[in-house]
Ligand binder design. Sequence first.
Ligand SMILES: *Cc1c(COP(=O)(O)O)cnc(C)c1O
Length: 386
Amino acid sequence: MKTNAGITTVTKPFLPPLEEFNTYLEQIWQQRWVTNHGPFHEQLEKDLCDYLGVKYISLFANGTLALLTALQALRITGEVITTPFSFVATTHSLHWNGIVPVFCDIDPRTLTLDPNKIEAAITPRTTAILAVHVYGNPCYTDKIQQIADVYGLKVIYDAAHAFGVRMNGRSILEAGDLAVLSFHGTKVFNTFEGGAIVSRDEVTKKRIDYLKNFGFADEVTVVGPGINGKMNEFQAALGILQLKYIDRVIEQRKSLVSLYRSYLEDVPGLGLLTEIPGVQSNYSYFPVFINEEYFGRSRDDVYEALKKHEIYARRYFYPLISSFPTYRGLPSANKENLPVAHEAAQSVICLPLYPELTFKEIKRISDLLKELYKPNRLTVKTALEA
Ligand SMILES: *Cc1c(COP(=O)(O)O)cnc(C)c1O
């Protein structure tokens, strides 16, 4: 069997003690209810509403099916304004719905959609904005909503990174018409695979629940062209258990992030994201941005050097979605249209971050980065300048 013992990867899924999961498995075996709105599914929906501070949630087999269904539920067509700096599923969900993605540049501080660039991307065919709370950084939700209200657009947030994130005490998942979560193994909260849509009202939740079950409203009524997006009982049972540990998981991530920060904040040419006031983070990622001129090495050199030491950092998000063959021919995919996104994609590297990572390992990774830094004329003052 393939294992990854001894290797430091960018993430490692948190799992609860196996005995606890076994108890749930025994219940599933007894009840023989393995999917289709079983008891664990119903309980997880309730538990998540409570934990996240939202009213309506629909569980999915994964985040991508949830994204596809969210666009269907709101009957989005035509063109949708979106960010190229995300995981590729964000844009694929538009493409699979026959929607043309219109890429818009991002803000250098949060790396989320730049609200000042959205209006210029609107055309008569625009129907919605699909924004991403990338790394869990909240989008400029107020400004985006203002624009959406003026132009009559829907707003969907890809909140795959934003589990549990709050802004001024309120869940970030309350912003927009719908918010979509992913519970993939690489995310802060995982159900092996899984996802969800947070909706504002009961009617919309109901429509989403029909759509994720082939469009069935009852045994003989199919209200629309639905899909099979249902979360099964195994995933839901795991989710219920994971919720017991999530606060500890996030606390642990928080202490690891502050350790990284204390080691790395003064390295020349190494940029860290600034913490945003009022935001209660989930510490889902720890991206650093390598400024080659000042750091003395390229991001890809750093990536390869870490790899030699069995540290598998990841270049999230490189290449930009707009660079992939499916999308690069679009007028909005032009490099001149997306300077900030290109800069971020060229310089970013996400360092390992997961609850089991040790303080010692963080120090080893940080020391390595400091060793890689090559002093140069931009970072070292000459005797005359000093
Ligand atoms: C993980 C992720 C998805 C896809 O979620 P899956 O559950 O893996 O299908 C979508 N968008 C973003 C931004 C993601 O990081």
